[in-house]
Ligand binder design. Sequence first.
Ligand SMILES: Cc1cc2nc3c(=O)[nH]c(=O)nc-3n(C[C@H](O)[C@H](O)[C@H](O)COP(=O)(O)OP(=O)(O)OC[C@H]3O[C@@H](n4cnc5c(N)ncnc54)[C@H](O)[C@@H]3O)c2cc1C
Length: 441
Amino acid sequence: MQSTWDVVVIGGGLAGLCAAIAARRGGASVRLLESAPPAFRGGNARHARNFRIVHDAPTPHVPDSYHASEFIDELDRVTAGERDPALAERLAGESETIAPWLMTNGVHLQDPAVGIVPYSRRTVFPLGGGKAMINALYATASDLGVTISADSEVGTLRQAADGCWRVSLAADSPGGSTLEARSVVVCAGGAGADPDWLRSHYGDTADGFMVRGTAYANGRVLTDLISAGARTVGDPTVCHMVAVDARGPRFDGGIATRITAIPHGIVVDGSGARIDATGAGAEPTHYARWGPRIAACVDQTAYLILDADGLQRAAPQAFPPIVGTTIADLAAALGLDPAALAHSTGAFNAALAAGARPIATAPFAAYPMRPGVTFVHYGVAVDQHMRVIWTDGRRNDNLFAAGMIMAANVIGRGYLAGLGLTLAAVFGRLAGEEAARHVVG
Ligand SMILES: Cc1cc2nc3c(=O)[nH]c(=O)nc-3n(C[C@H](O)[C@H](O)[C@H](O)COP(=O)(O)OP(=O)(O)OC[C@H]3O[C@@H](n4cnc5c(N)ncnc54)[C@H](O)[C@@H]3O)c2cc1C
């Protein structure tokens, strides 16, 4: 197989696919290297539902309007100013064309009038979910002539004297070897799936974290770039985490294991003591406020306690609830102190807030919860052309980064629904175009 390529794309998630397709359409020969085996290709977009787009009028896939100024205002609010304003503007502006571009490349979008998706004027939903979108983009990339290699983990990236990059596959990657690239786009995601990396920043508590997405986003290339002198953005000790069922898998549980029933009961820690819910709210994204609270518990475990009434009002969860005919039975089933749990439910019932319901009707139910990491607000700095910036301010004309690996440039903290896919697609496309332009002109 050819060993010199115009563009090598590292990572076959949404950002990498968009970069590869854009570079190939720009006339470059493209090799896409993905560390996961074929069944797990696509990174975290496999789990995703919707992405955020600007539109000034209704389209067949999104109602009403959502203006660029609203996008920017919302981004400013959630990041509290921790973002590159020019990149944020670019993200909002280019989100307007990303849905048609994805459709040109084989992605189908849900028609809100006939489907079962919730009303959303800010986001569109790929038909069949993120996995269908990923499969469509892989098919398009392949049809366009992108050479795709699964089971190919990149270990290191080094620039040769001629300016080209030597992309070395990890020694344990099947067919491990070194490729030469005139241009490289790094789309390898963040580092949040590496237990050792998490432990180095969060201490032993990291052993209690679940990772909601792919186990293959292990930060190997991010760490390599940083040790080679790439400038970093964001904070490795700040991550987006949500409440997930403690019985789910350590990796790749996706959105199915998220616990959405918290507003219908109370949360207690391993001692049976109630965790203060002040400020957690009851809006649809409340579970993101509970992630850090659960992470602060002993053994990073907490329990949602419901009565029969609360259980009926809550949406079904992925795992069945643990049940008990009395609070004492439930405590025994959970391994909690019965007196402490009775005290917590009793105190809650005695001091009911207006509009709240007591935990009083048998049978009682519980969900054990842990924090599930979605992503870490940390990565490499890039400029307006998606070029990686080195600590001395230098940048190469042929080294780009896109997607989660540079997301902290626009979300240094906080999150907006549908932002992850949008930034992967928008910046991936842009990086691919720039990489091809560098080589092909
Ligand atoms: C459970 C879950 C639900 C989500 N839901 C939504 C949603 O509804 N809407 C939304 O907008 N966002 C959502 N997100 C976020 C969104 O999925 C991500 O922001 C987006 O998919 C990031 O794409 P990416 O390509 O940058 O990175 P990733 O998806 O992390 O892809 C990186 C790819 O690089 C590969 N890779 C890593 N290291 C190497 C290496 N050394 N060599 C070769 N390949 C490598 C990995 O295997 C992976 O395929 C969700 C995330 C999760 C975890």
